[in-house]
Design a binder for this molecule. Structure first.
Ligand code: SMG
Ligand code: MG
Length: 369
Protein backbone atom coordinates (compact mmCIF):
# COMPACT_ATOMS: atom_id res chain seq x y z
CA UNK A 1 0.00 0.00 0.00
CA UNK A 2 1.43 3.37 -0.96
CA UNK A 3 1.55 5.86 1.92
CA UNK A 4 0.76 9.46 0.93
CA UNK A 5 1.90 11.17 4.13
CA UNK A 6 2.76 10.66 7.79
CA UNK A 7 2.29 13.48 10.30
CA UNK A 8 3.70 13.79 13.82
CA UNK A 9 1.60 15.77 16.28
CA UNK A 10 3.15 16.59 19.65
CA UNK A 11 0.34 17.17 22.17
CA UNK A 12 0.13 18.09 25.86
CA UNK A 13 -3.16 17.37 27.64
CA UNK A 14 -3.49 18.46 31.29
CA UNK A 15 -4.53 15.69 33.71
CA UNK A 16 -7.52 16.35 35.94
CA UNK A 17 -5.18 15.64 38.88
CA UNK A 18 -1.41 15.04 39.11
CA UNK A 19 -0.24 11.40 38.90
CA UNK A 20 2.51 10.54 41.40
CA UNK A 21 4.55 7.35 41.29
CA UNK A 22 7.43 6.29 43.56
CA UNK A 23 9.94 8.26 41.52
CA UNK A 24 8.20 11.06 39.61
CA UNK A 25 5.06 13.19 39.27
CA UNK A 26 3.19 14.03 36.08
CA UNK A 27 0.72 16.87 35.68
CA UNK A 28 0.18 16.62 31.91
CA UNK A 29 0.11 13.89 29.31
CA UNK A 30 2.67 14.76 26.67
CA UNK A 31 2.96 12.38 23.76
CA UNK A 32 3.28 12.11 20.00
CA UNK A 33 0.25 11.22 17.92
CA UNK A 34 0.71 9.95 14.37
CA UNK A 35 -1.60 10.53 11.42
CA UNK A 36 -1.07 8.35 8.36
CA UNK A 37 -2.86 9.08 5.08
CA UNK A 38 -3.04 6.45 2.35
CA UNK A 39 -5.54 5.37 -0.29
CA UNK A 40 -8.07 8.00 0.84
CA UNK A 41 -7.95 6.70 4.44
CA UNK A 42 -6.72 8.46 7.60
CA UNK A 43 -5.22 6.28 10.33
CA UNK A 44 -3.97 7.16 13.82
CA UNK A 45 -1.31 6.01 16.25
CA UNK A 46 0.01 7.13 19.64
CA UNK A 47 3.46 6.82 21.20
CA UNK A 48 3.56 5.92 24.90
CA UNK A 49 6.61 8.01 25.88
CA UNK A 50 6.13 11.16 27.95
CA UNK A 51 8.10 14.39 28.31
CA UNK A 52 10.72 13.00 30.69
CA UNK A 53 12.79 9.80 30.79
CA UNK A 54 11.27 8.56 34.06
CA UNK A 55 9.28 5.41 33.23
CA UNK A 56 11.56 4.65 30.25
CA UNK A 57 14.57 6.22 28.53
CA UNK A 58 12.27 7.25 25.70
CA UNK A 59 10.72 10.73 25.58
CA UNK A 60 8.58 12.70 23.13
CA UNK A 61 11.83 14.16 21.74
CA UNK A 62 13.54 10.78 21.24
CA UNK A 63 10.30 9.49 19.64
CA UNK A 64 10.33 12.46 17.25
CA UNK A 65 14.00 11.91 16.38
CA UNK A 66 13.64 8.16 15.75
CA UNK A 67 10.43 8.58 13.78
CA UNK A 68 11.60 11.53 11.69
CA UNK A 69 15.09 10.24 10.93
CA UNK A 70 14.58 6.47 10.68
CA UNK A 71 11.10 4.97 10.94
CA UNK A 72 9.15 7.38 8.74
CA UNK A 73 11.75 7.44 5.90
CA UNK A 74 11.82 3.63 5.94
CA UNK A 75 8.03 3.37 5.73
CA UNK A 76 7.66 6.11 3.10
CA UNK A 77 10.25 4.36 0.94
CA UNK A 78 8.54 0.97 1.14
CA UNK A 79 5.32 -0.51 -0.16
CA UNK A 80 3.86 -2.19 2.93
CA UNK A 81 0.82 -4.42 2.88
CA UNK A 82 0.81 -5.79 6.41
CA UNK A 83 2.28 -5.39 9.89
CA UNK A 84 4.84 -8.25 9.62
CA UNK A 85 6.41 -6.39 6.65
CA UNK A 86 6.70 -3.29 8.86
CA UNK A 87 8.26 -5.34 11.67
CA UNK A 88 10.88 -6.69 9.28
CA UNK A 89 11.62 -3.19 7.99
CA UNK A 90 12.26 -1.70 11.45
CA UNK A 91 13.98 -4.76 12.96
CA UNK A 92 17.52 -3.41 12.32
CA UNK A 93 16.73 -0.28 14.37
CA UNK A 94 17.80 -0.97 17.94
CA UNK A 95 15.54 -0.17 20.89
CA UNK A 96 13.10 2.79 20.84
CA UNK A 97 10.14 0.48 21.28
CA UNK A 98 7.62 3.26 21.97
CA UNK A 99 8.49 5.05 18.72
CA UNK A 100 8.14 1.79 16.77
CA UNK A 101 4.88 0.90 18.49
CA UNK A 102 3.25 4.26 17.74
CA UNK A 103 3.79 3.89 14.00
CA UNK A 104 2.81 0.21 14.12
CA UNK A 105 -0.50 1.20 15.78
CA UNK A 106 -1.27 3.59 12.91
CA UNK A 107 -0.51 0.82 10.39
CA UNK A 108 -2.83 -1.63 12.16
CA UNK A 109 -5.50 1.08 11.99
CA UNK A 110 -4.77 1.68 8.30
CA UNK A 111 -4.83 -1.99 7.27
CA UNK A 112 -7.94 -2.60 9.39
CA UNK A 113 -9.76 0.26 7.68
CA UNK A 114 -8.58 -0.96 4.26
CA UNK A 115 -9.98 -4.43 4.94
CA UNK A 116 -13.07 -3.29 6.88
CA UNK A 117 -11.97 -5.31 9.94
CA UNK A 118 -11.74 -4.20 13.57
CA UNK A 119 -8.39 -4.25 15.38
CA UNK A 120 -9.89 -6.67 17.90
CA UNK A 121 -10.71 -9.08 15.09
CA UNK A 122 -7.28 -8.67 13.44
CA UNK A 123 -5.55 -9.53 16.73
CA UNK A 124 -7.79 -12.50 17.47
CA UNK A 125 -9.63 -11.00 20.43
CA UNK A 126 -13.24 -11.61 21.34
CA UNK A 127 -16.01 -10.34 23.58
CA UNK A 128 -17.57 -6.89 23.69
CA UNK A 129 -15.94 -5.65 26.92
CA UNK A 130 -12.76 -5.88 28.97
CA UNK A 131 -12.46 -5.97 32.79
CA UNK A 132 -10.67 -2.90 34.08
CA UNK A 133 -9.42 -1.22 37.22
CA UNK A 134 -7.96 2.12 38.23
CA UNK A 135 -4.38 3.07 39.12
CA UNK A 136 -4.19 5.44 42.09
CA UNK A 137 -1.10 7.65 42.46
CA UNK A 138 0.59 8.39 45.80
CA UNK A 139 -1.61 10.76 47.82
CA UNK A 140 -0.58 13.40 50.39
CA UNK A 141 -2.10 11.52 53.36
CA UNK A 142 -3.68 8.14 54.17
CA UNK A 143 -7.05 9.88 54.69
CA UNK A 144 -6.86 11.42 51.25
CA UNK A 145 -5.88 8.03 49.77
CA UNK A 146 -8.96 6.41 51.36
CA UNK A 147 -11.11 9.23 50.01
CA UNK A 148 -9.72 8.87 46.47
CA UNK A 149 -10.08 5.06 46.51
CA UNK A 150 -13.63 5.40 47.89
CA UNK A 151 -14.45 7.83 45.09
CA UNK A 152 -13.33 5.38 42.40
CA UNK A 153 -15.22 2.50 44.01
CA UNK A 154 -18.28 4.75 44.01
CA UNK A 155 -17.83 5.19 40.26
CA UNK A 156 -17.87 1.40 39.84
CA UNK A 157 -14.21 0.39 39.59
CA UNK A 158 -13.83 -3.07 41.13
CA UNK A 159 -10.01 -3.33 41.05
CA UNK A 160 -7.56 -0.80 42.48
CA UNK A 161 -3.81 -0.47 42.05
CA UNK A 162 -1.90 1.63 44.57
CA UNK A 163 1.40 3.27 43.74
CA UNK A 164 3.82 2.66 46.61
CA UNK A 165 7.29 3.79 47.68
CA UNK A 166 9.46 3.34 50.79
CA UNK A 167 7.74 4.98 53.75
CA UNK A 168 4.42 5.04 51.85
CA UNK A 169 3.67 1.38 51.39
CA UNK A 170 2.71 -1.00 54.21
CA UNK A 171 0.58 1.41 56.26
CA UNK A 172 -1.19 2.76 53.16
CA UNK A 173 -1.93 -0.70 51.78
CA UNK A 174 -3.13 -1.89 55.21
CA UNK A 175 -5.48 1.09 55.51
CA UNK A 176 -7.05 0.44 52.10
CA UNK A 177 -7.31 -3.30 52.80
CA UNK A 178 -9.01 -2.68 56.18
CA UNK A 179 -11.50 -0.29 54.62
CA UNK A 180 -12.24 -2.69 51.73
CA UNK A 181 -11.66 -6.32 52.79
CA UNK A 182 -12.95 -7.85 49.51
CA UNK A 183 -11.47 -5.38 47.01
CA UNK A 184 -9.24 -6.68 44.19
CA UNK A 185 -6.10 -4.83 45.22
CA UNK A 186 -2.53 -4.65 43.87
CA UNK A 187 0.49 -2.36 44.28
CA UNK A 188 3.18 -0.95 41.96
CA UNK A 189 6.69 0.07 43.11
CA UNK A 190 7.95 1.34 39.72
CA UNK A 191 11.50 0.04 40.32
CA UNK A 192 12.20 1.95 43.55
CA UNK A 193 13.07 -0.96 45.89
CA UNK A 194 16.19 -3.13 46.14
CA UNK A 195 16.69 -6.73 47.19
CA UNK A 196 17.67 -5.51 50.67
CA UNK A 197 14.00 -4.47 51.09
CA UNK A 198 12.82 -8.09 50.80
CA UNK A 199 11.89 -8.41 54.50
CA UNK A 200 9.94 -5.17 54.39
CA UNK A 201 8.12 -6.08 51.17
CA UNK A 202 7.12 -9.42 52.72
CA UNK A 203 4.87 -7.43 55.09
CA UNK A 204 2.64 -6.83 52.06
CA UNK A 205 1.97 -10.60 51.99
CA UNK A 206 -0.62 -10.06 54.74
CA UNK A 207 -2.99 -8.06 52.55
CA UNK A 208 -4.20 -10.61 50.00
CA UNK A 209 -2.85 -8.64 47.04
CA UNK A 210 -3.34 -9.85 43.46
CA UNK A 211 0.29 -8.95 42.76
CA UNK A 212 3.23 -6.64 43.48
CA UNK A 213 4.27 -4.88 40.29
CA UNK A 214 7.91 -4.15 39.39
CA UNK A 215 9.34 -3.62 42.88
CA UNK A 216 13.03 -3.78 41.78
CA UNK A 217 15.14 -2.15 39.06
CA UNK A 218 13.85 -2.00 35.50
CA UNK A 219 16.71 -4.07 34.11
CA UNK A 220 17.04 -6.61 36.91
CA UNK A 221 15.35 -9.97 36.58
CA UNK A 222 17.98 -11.75 38.68
CA UNK A 223 17.10 -10.07 41.97
CA UNK A 224 13.40 -10.25 41.09
CA UNK A 225 13.84 -14.04 40.99
CA UNK A 226 15.49 -13.98 44.43
CA UNK A 227 12.75 -11.73 45.78
CA UNK A 228 9.91 -13.82 44.31
CA UNK A 229 11.29 -16.87 46.14
CA UNK A 230 10.80 -15.04 49.47
CA UNK A 231 7.29 -13.65 48.78
CA UNK A 232 3.87 -15.31 48.84
CA UNK A 233 2.40 -12.54 46.68
CA UNK A 234 3.04 -12.96 42.93
CA UNK A 235 5.49 -10.49 41.43
CA UNK A 236 4.30 -8.94 38.16
CA UNK A 237 6.97 -7.50 35.88
CA UNK A 238 6.25 -4.31 33.94
CA UNK A 239 9.35 -2.22 33.07
CA UNK A 240 11.61 -5.34 32.84
CA UNK A 241 9.72 -6.97 29.97
CA UNK A 242 10.47 -5.26 26.67
CA UNK A 243 10.18 -8.26 24.30
CA UNK A 244 8.96 -11.83 24.12
CA UNK A 245 12.55 -12.95 24.82
CA UNK A 246 12.62 -10.97 28.07
CA UNK A 247 9.33 -12.59 29.01
CA UNK A 248 10.75 -16.05 28.34
CA UNK A 249 13.93 -15.31 30.35
CA UNK A 250 11.93 -13.91 33.27
CA UNK A 251 9.65 -16.94 33.37
CA UNK A 252 12.57 -19.37 33.09
CA UNK A 253 14.29 -17.63 36.00
CA UNK A 254 11.02 -17.54 37.98
CA UNK A 255 11.44 -13.76 38.34
CA UNK A 256 7.65 -13.25 38.24
CA UNK A 257 4.34 -15.13 38.16
CA UNK A 258 2.37 -12.50 36.23
CA UNK A 259 3.26 -10.18 33.33
CA UNK A 260 1.85 -6.76 32.54
CA UNK A 261 1.73 -6.11 28.79
CA UNK A 262 2.01 -2.56 27.46
CA UNK A 263 2.21 -2.52 23.67
CA UNK A 264 4.37 0.64 23.71
CA UNK A 265 6.95 -0.85 26.06
CA UNK A 266 7.34 -4.01 23.97
CA UNK A 267 7.52 -2.29 20.51
CA UNK A 268 3.90 -2.80 19.49
CA UNK A 269 0.74 -4.87 19.41
CA UNK A 270 2.44 -7.58 17.36
CA UNK A 271 5.09 -8.25 20.03
CA UNK A 272 2.48 -7.77 22.78
CA UNK A 273 0.44 -10.56 21.27
CA UNK A 274 3.52 -12.84 21.14
CA UNK A 275 4.06 -12.27 24.88
CA UNK A 276 0.39 -13.04 25.49
CA UNK A 277 0.73 -16.27 23.49
CA UNK A 278 3.87 -17.37 25.35
CA UNK A 279 2.31 -16.69 28.75
CA UNK A 280 -0.90 -18.45 27.78
CA UNK A 281 1.04 -21.57 26.76
CA UNK A 282 2.71 -21.54 30.16
CA UNK A 283 -0.45 -20.76 32.15
CA UNK A 284 0.92 -17.36 33.27
CA UNK A 285 -1.76 -14.64 33.65
CA UNK A 286 -1.27 -11.35 31.80
CA UNK A 287 -3.09 -8.03 32.01
CA UNK A 288 -3.07 -4.78 30.06
CA UNK A 289 -0.98 -1.98 31.55
CA UNK A 290 -1.66 1.69 30.94
CA UNK A 291 0.36 4.78 30.04
CA UNK A 292 -2.54 7.20 30.68
CA UNK A 293 -3.15 7.14 26.92
CA UNK A 294 -5.55 9.33 25.00
CA UNK A 295 -8.54 7.60 23.43
CA UNK A 296 -6.36 6.55 20.48
CA UNK A 297 -3.98 4.43 22.54
CA UNK A 298 -6.86 3.32 24.77
CA UNK A 299 -8.74 1.87 21.78
CA UNK A 300 -5.62 -0.06 20.81
CA UNK A 301 -5.10 -1.37 24.38
CA UNK A 302 -8.73 -2.53 24.59
CA UNK A 303 -8.47 -4.53 21.38
CA UNK A 304 -5.39 -6.44 22.58
CA UNK A 305 -6.79 -6.85 26.10
CA UNK A 306 -9.72 -8.80 24.64
CA UNK A 307 -7.45 -11.78 23.92
CA UNK A 308 -8.20 -14.77 26.17
CA UNK A 309 -4.97 -14.76 28.23
CA UNK A 310 -5.73 -11.31 29.68
CA UNK A 311 -7.35 -12.82 32.75
CA UNK A 312 -6.67 -9.96 35.21
CA UNK A 313 -8.32 -6.50 35.01
CA UNK A 314 -6.34 -3.90 33.02
CA UNK A 315 -5.20 -0.34 33.79
CA UNK A 316 -7.68 0.93 31.22
CA UNK A 317 -9.89 3.47 32.95
CA UNK A 318 -12.58 5.71 31.45
CA UNK A 319 -11.52 8.90 29.61
CA UNK A 320 -12.96 10.95 32.50
CA UNK A 321 -10.43 9.37 34.91
CA UNK A 322 -7.71 11.34 33.12
CA UNK A 323 -8.97 14.22 30.98
CA UNK A 324 -11.53 17.00 30.77
CA UNK A 325 -12.00 16.04 27.12
CA UNK A 326 -10.63 13.14 25.12
CA UNK A 327 -9.35 13.28 21.54
CA UNK A 328 -11.93 10.67 20.48
CA UNK A 329 -15.69 10.86 20.28
CA UNK A 330 -17.46 9.31 22.08
CA UNK A 331 -15.08 9.15 25.05
CA UNK A 332 -14.51 5.80 26.78
CA UNK A 333 -16.84 5.21 29.73
CA UNK A 334 -16.92 2.70 32.57
CA UNK A 335 -19.73 0.13 32.33
CA UNK A 336 -21.51 -0.75 35.61
CA UNK A 337 -19.70 -4.12 35.74
CA UNK A 338 -16.22 -2.47 35.89
CA UNK A 339 -15.56 -3.05 32.20
CA UNK A 340 -14.87 -0.83 29.20
CA UNK A 341 -16.36 -1.72 25.82
CA UNK A 342 -14.07 -2.71 22.95
CA UNK A 343 -14.51 -0.62 19.77
CA UNK A 344 -16.05 -2.60 16.90
CA UNK A 345 -15.52 -0.34 13.87
CA UNK A 346 -12.79 -0.97 11.27
CA UNK A 347 -9.22 -0.46 12.53
CA UNK A 348 -9.07 1.32 15.89
CA UNK A 349 -12.77 2.08 15.52
CA UNK A 350 -12.67 5.56 17.06
CA UNK A 351 -13.65 8.98 15.70
CA UNK A 352 -10.69 11.27 16.23
CA UNK A 353 -11.52 14.94 16.95
CA UNK A 354 -8.94 17.10 15.10
CA UNK A 355 -10.26 20.26 16.78
CA UNK A 356 -9.44 18.83 20.23
CA UNK A 357 -5.97 17.77 19.10
CA UNK A 358 -5.40 21.29 17.75
CA UNK A 359 -6.28 22.76 21.15
CA UNK A 360 -3.54 20.76 22.87
CA UNK A 361 -0.97 20.69 20.05
CA UNK A 362 2.60 21.94 20.61
CA UNK A 363 4.05 21.01 17.20
CA UNK A 364 3.15 19.30 13.95
CA UNK A 365 5.19 18.13 10.96
CA UNK A 366 4.15 16.22 7.84
CA UNK A 367 6.42 13.93 5.83
CA UNK A 368 5.84 12.75 2.26
CA UNK A 369 7.68 10.33 -0.01
O1 SMG B 1 -4.32 4.32 34.05
O2 SMG B 1 -2.97 4.33 32.36
C1 SMG B 1 -3.21 4.35 33.56
C2 SMG B 1 -2.03 4.39 34.52
C3 SMG B 1 -1.48 3.06 34.79
O3 SMG B 1 -0.10 3.12 36.71
C4 SMG B 1 -0.15 3.12 35.52
N1 SMG B 1 0.95 3.17 34.75
O4 SMG B 1 3.99 1.73 35.91
O5 SMG B 1 2.15 0.83 35.42
C5 SMG B 1 2.82 1.84 35.55
C6 SMG B 1 2.28 3.21 35.29
C7 SMG B 1 3.17 3.97 34.36
C8 SMG B 1 2.73 5.33 34.09
S1 SMG B 1 3.96 6.24 33.36
C9 SMG B 1 3.23 7.63 32.79
MG1 MG C 1 3.79 -0.39 36.41
Amino acid sequence: MKIDSISLLHVKLPYLSPFQTSRWVETDHECLLLRVRAGGLTAWGECAAGAEPSYSYETTKTNWHILEDFLIPAVLGADLDDVPAYRELVEPIMGHNMAKAGLEMALWDLFGQRDGVSLQHMLGGSGDRVRVGVSVGIQPTVDRLLEVVGGYLGQGYQRVKLKIKPGRDVAETMAVRRAHPELLLQVDGNSVYRLGDARHLAELDDFGLLLIEQPLAHDDIVDHAKLQATLKTPICLDESITSVEHARWALELKACRVINIKPGRVSGLHEGRRIHDLCREQGVPVWMGGMLETGIGRASNLALASLPGFTLPGDISASARYYKEDVVDPPFVLNPDSTVSVPTGPGLGVNVRPEVIDRYKLAEETYQP
